[in-house]
Design a protein around this ligand. Sequence first.
Ligand SMILES: [Fe+2]
Length: 308
Amino acid sequence: MPVHAIPLAELAHGLPPSFERARSWCALLEAGSILYFPRTPLPIPAPDLEFLLSRRQEASPLHKNIAYQPVHDALCGLEENQISEGESSRFRETMRRYSTAVASFLADFLLPYRERWQLDYASFRPFEERGRQLPMHKRNDLLHTDAFPTRPTHGARILRFFHNIHPSRTRDWVITEPFPQLVSRFAPHPLPLPRAEGAAARCFKALAELTGITSVLPGLKRTPYDAFMMRLNNAMKEDSEFQSHCPREEVRFAPGSSWMVYTDTVPHAVLAGQFALEQTLLVDAGAMVHSETAPVAVLERLTGAKVA
Ligand SMILES: [Fe+2]
């Protein structure tokens, strides 16, 4: 089941889950499930919610979202000429509270990962997703797996915790086949790849030639893994045949719900919805409870070479 619903009653009245319970939730995520809380375990304080829902950002549709960087306690993506200093501080405080609440909740809920992650950006997504005009590679409504063009993860997993804060509307996603099938589709077997240590770049060049996914060679800071994941993201969006004919499952997240998912391996698209919060965590691939499911392991099995 790609969506695993967790009623609040399962959270044992606010007590931390047992290690085994937490491990089972990690395993579900690693297997490609979306863990879904029909009612969020992290309600937003009413004044913060009111403040966020009053934001529109209509003047800057090219911004994907408004981001908060917990490490520097800093915001980016706000239109500075359209917001006062006081509002900007208010925004930062609101995002800081959300980010801190998610990190604190997940430290117990996903206990095996505790202290094995980096708290990445949190984001506020105030735009209506249906009908947004974005360049192809930035579109959210095309199926894709996540990869960051400017922040390579070097094999760390991209785990995202979302909250639909719209008072009445669902946030509508579509998902498709899991990562191993996806990679097989975009990188067919068998691959005539060298297996010697240090041959990763040659492996990925061969893979690029086979699949038509070009520019796979690592950049200055990217590992072959990062280069491949970025190109996979783009290749999926560019492939209209895949977008039209792959198996699709629709998922609607209720107003006031939360969910989390490894978006680097669960292909997803956002078809409709407005007003969501999200916190990203970069989880050490070595912290996986089933390390063989990590995308770095999948790609290393496929290529026979070290990729990150
Ligand atoms: Fe995404």
